[in-house]
Design a protein. Sequence first.
Length: 377
Amino acid sequence: MDAIQMVDLKKQYQKIKGDVDKAVLDVLASSAFINGKPVQDFSSNLAKYWGVKHVIPCANGTDALQIAMMALDLQPGDEVITPSFTYIATTEVVALLKLKPVFVDVDPETFCIDPQEIEKAITPNTKAIVPVHLYGHAAPMEEILAIAEKHNLFVIEDTAQAMGAEYKFSDGRIAKAGSLGTIGCTSFFPSKNLGCYGDGGAIATNDDSLAEKLRMIANHGQKVRYYHDMIGCNSRLDTIQAAILDIKLRHLDEYNKARTDAADYYDESFKDIPQITVPFRAPYTRHAFHQYTLKLEGVDRDGLSQYLATKGIPSMIYYPVPSHRQKAFENFGGASFDLPVTDWLTSRVISLPMHTELWKDQQDFIIEEVKNFINGL
Ligand SMILES: *Cc1c(COP(=O)(O)O)cnc(C)c1O
């Protein structure tokens, strides 16, 4: 059995090495390292895949969120509703832009922002909601979009962990996570469902004028070179990364299927263990399984993680400290937020190895060792 990785990028690369190597060499030969043709090609292919009119590539997922918030003309002090149970990037950009993060609790089943808690947190200063499709499970967008419409709020979807996840509306319409709100943001960090070989990100919207503005902000606020109409930033997707992503995009559905197959196998193996709750799958979504995250009850979670490590099995806690309890958010009233579900999850979740190259013998070993620990063997 090969060594078990949390994410196995090497084996995935080996399978597409011929195509990737050629694409990278082509970029080197063209020497169009910035804004080369692959950047436009990938952007339009991604727009097709994502089901959106415009895709604006950028340097990383954090920039995508920042540029989205800049483009919506949010003013210092405006309130942005966000989960605390997420990666720091989601909440960090809110603070960076001097907006006010309003942390709300998540649903214990979906791990995503709880629409009822959003309603309670809305004030006259609320301007936007940032749902995060955490671990690849879509947030309850239909309810979130209805709240946003009622209160005239923007919706910025953090789709960094859910590229390819689908959302089914009650009228049967199916669309991709990240294509549903005002703006969708994603990351191509190597370990994400659609990952490049460095940093990368993208922003999606169906709004023409917003697309133009997003594009300008990502490019120093200019449309015509050296004429700067607004304050922007410098956030580009490298041509080499775009060329790699264009190849990997063709495999994304098959990658997500491999993740789902691995999740199915874990689910089946853990279903009779009372201390384990396997990831919930809401009927409205097709999960992208960026992570496979268990909830444990009556198990020493950190002890399990350490035990697995001694057996050569990596595991991760996403996330040990939620945003509102981070030192960085002390000055934003972080600790004043009362988020019992978030705190509860923080001490009970554990993510097991999940990627496209996970083999049955590896999973059998992981499952057996998890059971051994729980049964005190
Ligand atoms: C990875 C991630 C980001 C940030 O993406 P980067 O490309 O690393 O900047 C934002 N939000 C979530 C939920 C993420 O998982």
